[in-house]
Ligand binder design. Structure first.
Ligand SMILES: Nc1nc2c(ncn2[C@@H]2O[C@H](COP(=O)(O)OP(=O)(O)OP(=O)(O)O)[C@@H](O)[C@H]2O)c(=O)[nH]1
Ligand SMILES: [Mg+2]
Length: 375
């Protein structure tokens, strides 16, 4: 039986048609949460076989750990987005086809990636039409975030320009985290989304967490068709500058204590301290996320903004040894991010009488995007 396994096949034989849906959207919009929720639904209620492709500019990925923990077969495209590493992306599709034989592949591109119609969807339609049956392109947006950005001038903010291109190329915009806004705010959220889109987009309010409208979205993904269209007119210099505004930090370490401690307390303090330090240095958090695991259990935590605080998808255990993977995407230099994480570990662990080992870390800025195809 294949489950929660990183799939690597040695070769690929034959070309069977597999349905593929890409779930895009800005950093922290809820893509991984949605992919896991949809996969659970599709497997349990519709008896389908589902596989997942994760993606990142680096390696050591929180998202891969999260989908593996949820029990779904997955493959990773590392060290670059689907568009720049298109041959790697198609290899992973083949590997999943050959080992898992899924009915559906759900793929999550990097949250800072755009122009996917021209660089992923159209090349798939053009060169792999006999192998890949494309679902419409789904893009997520965070309902609360879009509302908070309603008055910001998108032409003066590169991250917003990037988010606008992501929304403009969607076949359907899923306005996620609807559970976090008041129902009376929905018309304002729609207006805010339209401001980015310029025309009347197809929108669906959803909650990846509560399951709201996910049946509708499953039907759309399974039955809708990608109608070939022209990509959005993305200005690559602005796109590259927007990505390069972001520092990327991927690391891992093991927390150790002489006696069992509340790891929820330790992780909350550590992530809050790191988040606060980013903001104090005039940085901006896009998504700070961790995956933690021990013999007592495993889960994920996120920090998107300081007012919302650290959100745990699973209560960290009381234990004396915890493995942690940490991924930070923030508008701050990679060097500063590394310094902040190291300093945070020193301070918070000494306050909590813990130590850490197995430290490994990489930080960088994403490179100029150079897609393999653009059609
Ligand atoms: N309240 C609420 N929170 C959600 C919902 N969907 C996602 N989240 C939370 O949003 C945070 C980010 O979710 P992810 O699924 O990691 O977001 P992502 O888009 O995959 O993030 P990146 O891969 O870093 O771009 C987590 O704390 C999730 O629990 C939702 O529908 N409602
Ligand atoms: Mg994700």
């Amino acid at each position: 039986m294949i489950s929660n396994t990183l799939i690597r096949a040695k070769w690929y034989v034959g070309a069977e048609l597999v349905r593929l849906a890409v779930i895009g959207g800005y950093l922290g919009a809820g893509k991984t949460t949605l992919i896991v929720s949809l996969s659970r639904k599709l497997v349990s209620e519709r008896k389908l076989r589902v596989a997942i492709i994760t993606n990142d500019q680096g390696d050591v990925l929180v998202d891969s750990k999260a989908v593996g923990l949820a029990g779904f077969p997955f493959a990773e495209v590392q060290n670059g987005c689907f568009c720049c590493r298109f041959p790697d992306f198609i290899t992973k599709v083949h590997e999943l086809q050959s080992v898992v034989k899924p009915d559906l592949i759900l793929a999550e591109p990097v949250g800072s990636c755009t122009d996917l119609i021209a660089t992923v969807y159209n090349p798939l339609a053009e060169y792999y039409g006999g192998e890949v049956d494309l679902a419409p392109y789904v893009v997520l947006v965070d309902a609360k975030k879009v509302l908070s950005l309603a008055k910001v001038d998108a032409s003066k903010d590169r991250q917003l320009a990037l988010m606008a291109w992501q929304l403009q190329e969607a076949d359907i915009i899923c306005i996620n985290k609807v559970d976090m806004i008041d129902p009376s705010e929905q018309p304002q959220v729609l207006d805010a989304v339209k401001r980015f889109y310029f025309e009347e987009p197809e929108c669906l309010f959803i909650s990846a967490k509560t399951g709201y409208n996910l049946d509708k979205l499953c039907d759309y993904i399974l039955n809708g068709r990608y109608e070939r269209k022209t990509g959005v007119d993305v200005d690559y210099d602005t796109y590259a500058a927007a990505e390069a505004d972001l520092g990327w930090f991927n690391g891992s370490f093991t927390l150790l204590s002489d006696k069992p401690v509340s790891m929820k307390n330790v992780l909350s303090r550590l992530l809050s301290w790191i988040g606060k330090s980013i903001v104090e240095r005039n940085g901006c958090i896009a998504h700070l996320k961790i995956f933690f695991s021990s013999e007592e259990g495993a889960g994920k935590a996120s920090l998107l903004d300081l007012t919302q605080g650290v959100v745990f998808d699973f209560e960290p255990p009381v234990c004396s040894k915890l493995d942690v993977v940490i991924n930070i995407r923030a508008e701050l230099s990679p060097e500063d991010l590394t310094r902040i994480v190291e300093e945070g570990l020193r301070r918070i662990l000494s306050e909590c009488s813990l130590r850490y080992e197995n430290w490994s870390a990489k930080s960088f800025r994403p490179r100029y995007p150079r897609p393999y195809y653009r059609i």
